[in-house]
Design a protein around this ligand. Structure first.
Ligand code: IMP
Length: 340
């Protein structure tokens, strides 16, 4: 047993200190981020491989906005390949999720043949021998020609191991997702920002993808400043036209379903049985086209970089100064006008 009493910080525990800036316009700010073997993306946003977030429509729209989507794997190989093919014939990049169970390599090869630009080994607890074996098979099959993302992890040791096992990018964050109940169900996890800070000191080449609990462009800027190369988001995109699923007409207005992939509902739908339930299913307000959501996030990120006097994400990471805020500061930090 080993107790670590140092505080683990979450997004609301910190703020970035505004800094001297010579940036005349936010259009001077470059929010681009590159992935090995792929082009530079102009928006450092990746949509989550979840069945209520990223299908063909979402992947196309995120790509159009400058980011990239990862097609979820809760379908047949043929269905996922058809989506990858349709997207890539339109000229745009797309990632595709795979698991580590039976048939994962067959799925990976089929996706690569059908144009997937990169593969994502999508496992809840990525620091695991099954991921090590999967990464070895993928590297033996594809060499260095295909970018391989893997995760999720929460510690530096896990980040380094996945990088050493062959991951070109690593999803960092366990237990922080908006629809996640892993910490309640298992008692395990680390606040996502803390995991990003911890993993950012890695001397490995792998990219760091901050994943889980990102609620607004301010959280995105904090994650990037703390060392993330990209952020992965689910809830911020949930409820938009481009998510898979119907619009529900309820007494409270239009809604769409957003659910964790380890929720009872998702497990029942895709596996026909339920094991450890580590996610929830929710209806969220319908938000309209995702294009507007992504536009607003892009504007917020650019503004965030300019407050740190940074023209690029690399410059932001060099200049960023974090302070901790008290609970009174957290209240002041969100809008708090009172009706009179
Ligand atoms: P959000 O952006 O806060 O909504 O978090 C999305 C992230 O939650 C995904 O990218 C996954 O890493 C994670 N996630 C998805 N489904 C589940 C689940 O059922 N339980 C725990 N985490 C999940």
């Amino acid at each position: 047993m080993n107790f670590i009493f140092a505080p683990s910080l979450s997004f609301d525990d910190v703020l970035l200190v505004p800094q001297y800036s010579e940036i005349a316009s936010r259009s001077e700010v470059d929010t681009g981020s590159a992935m090995k073997n792929l082009k530079k993306f102009s928006l450092p946003i990746i949509s989550s491989p979840m069945d209520t977030i990223t299908g063909e429509d979402m992947a196309c729209s995120v790509s159009r906005a400058g980011g990239v989507g990862i097609l979820h794997r809760y379908n047949t190989i043929e269905e996922q390949c058809a989506m990858a093919r349709n997207i890539t014939t339109k000229g745009q990049d797309v990632g595709a999720a795979i698991g580590v169970g039976d048939g994962f390599l067959e799925r990976a090869k089929a996706l690569a043949r059908n144009g997937a630009s990169f593969l994502c080994v999508d496992v809840a607890h990525g620091h695991h021998s099954s991921v090590k074996r999967a990464l070895k098979s993928l590297k033996d099959t594809f060499g260095d020609s295909t970018h391989i993302m893997a995760g999720n992890v929460a510690t530096l040791a896990a980040f380094n191991d996945l990088a050493d096992w062959g991951a070109d990018s690593v999803r960092v964050g366990i237990g922080g997702g908006s629809i996640c109940s892993t910490r309640v169900q298992t008692g395990h996890g680390i606040p996502t920002l803390q995991s990003v800070v911890d993993c950012s000191v890695s001397d490995r080449d792998a990219l760091l993808i901050a994943d889980g609990g990102i609620r607004n462009s301010g959280d995105i800027v904090k994650a990037l400043a703390a060392g993330a190369d990209f952020v992965m988001i689910g809830s911020l995109l949930a409820g938009t036209d481009e998510t898979p699923g119907e619009i529900l007409n309820t007494k409270e207005g239009k809604k769409k379903v957003y659910r964790g992939m380890a929720s009872k509902e998702a497990q029942t739908a895709w596996r026909g049985r339920v094991s450890s339930i580590e996610g929830v299913s929710h209806v969220v307000p319908y938000k309209g086209p995702v294009e507007e959501v992504l536009h607003d996030l892009g504007v917020g990120i650019r503004s965030g970089l300019s407050y740190s006097g940074a023209r690029s994400i690399t410059e932001l990471q060099g200049k960023a100064r974090f302070i901790r805020q008290t609970s009174a500061g957290t209240v002041e930090s969100s809008t708090h006008i009172k009706a009179r």
